[in-house]
Design a protein around this ligand. Structure first.
Ligand SMILES: Nc1ncnc2c1ncn2[C@@H]1O[C@H](COP(=O)(O)OP(=O)(O)O)[C@@H](O)[C@H]1O
Ligand SMILES: [Mg+2]
Length: 289
């Protein structure tokens, strides 16, 4: 149970908040009443479990009860509305005190780890790991992945979900495209970890309350099974999306390879400094040593 609303976090779009809870923990609470509602929380839970299976660090998650009666105590109307719309179970992400937002270009991510993160993002269809908004935190010198609400987007249209399984993943704006991500290695290492048991365990973590009432599904068990089957289909469709991913990741490294693509992060990387991580051209001149 949340006991105190400490402060809103306005970096992202969903207006999460730092809250204190009865267990004396401090959590970043992501509210069921925000934009994409419970489905964003479902995606967070599934992805955190799968990330852990893949050995990728994510903060611990809990479910946290929010009492809408807290709303009147908040001066901000938008926050009041969100609290009122979020009665019941919400998602608590263990707050990492003093964590820094990872900034593309400011640091380097080892090629193996970058490859595993990029492969994982392609697997779950993460639309929210761009260089503008990497959704990665640096805490005690380690990288943590956060904010997986904009993944598994098939869940917003179950009728067409099957056609999403082999969809290619666009890495043009990915936060790590300049880190020489070893995507083929990641594919070889991570695929065997994502066993049927791992997929089942991941969907088992979703609270029933977030699965209730989905049209076309008899109960939470049926809906959990649809998520599991969709993840299985995505893995089975690797021949369709892994080779283009490997090619796109390699393309991101070639200087001037961005022709045909527009905008920052479109593949223009300055690799002219041997021994240094490739650096996006749009950062050239900024914070140069
Ligand atoms: N567990 C955490 N510990 C510390 N800071 C966090 C944590 N989770 C999120 N944040 C901060 O809050 C911001 C917004 O959180 P995020 O999960 O990305 O929400 P949104 O869906 O609104 O983008 C992040 O960019 C980060 O700065
Ligand atoms: Mg975010």
């Amino acid at each position: 149970m949340a006991t105190r609303y400490v402060t809103p976090l306005r970096e992202g779009g969903s207006l999460p908040a730092v809250m204190e809870a009865e267990d004396l923990g401090t959590y970043v609470v992501k509210f069921r009443g925000a934009g994409q509602g419970r489905k964003a929380l479902v995606a967070e839970v599934i992805c955190a479990a799968l990330a852990r299976t893949c050995g990728l660090p994510v903060p611990d998650l809990v479910t946290i009860e929010v009492d809408p009666a807290m709303a009147p105590g908040e001066p901000d109307q938008e926050i009041q509305d969100l609290l009122r719309a979020s009665g019941g179970l919400n998602l608590g992400v263990d707050f990492l005190p003093g964590a820094l937002d990872f900034e593309t270009g400011a640091g380097t991510v080892e090629a193996g780890l970058a490859g595993r993160i990029m492969w994982f993002d392609a697997f779950v269809g993460n639309a929210d790991r761009s260089w503008r908004n990497p959704n990665m935190l640096l805490w005690h010198s380690s990288l943590y992945l956060i904010d997986h609400g904009a993944t598994l987007t098939f869940q917003h249209r179950w009728a067409t979900a099957a056609s999403a399984a082999d969809r290619p993943y666009d890495v043009a704006d990915h936060a790590l495209v300049g880190c020489r991500p070893l995507v083929a290695d990641a594919d070889a290492h991570l695929t065997p970890l994502l066993t049927e048991a791992a997929l089942r365990a991941a969907v088992q973590e979703i609270p029933d309350e977030w699965l209730a009432g989905e049209p076309g599904f008899a109960d939470a068990t049926a809906l959990r099974d649809a998520y599991r089957a969709q993840l299985r289909a995505r893995l089975d469709a690797r021949p369709a999306w892994v080779p283009p991913l490997v090619a796109a990741a390699a393309e991101g490294l070639r200087p001037g390879s961005g022709s045909g693509r527009s905008g920052p992060g479109g593949g223009h990387f300055d690799s002219g400094r041997p021994g240094r991580p490739a650096r996006p051209a749009w950062l050239a001149g900024e914070d140069s040593p």
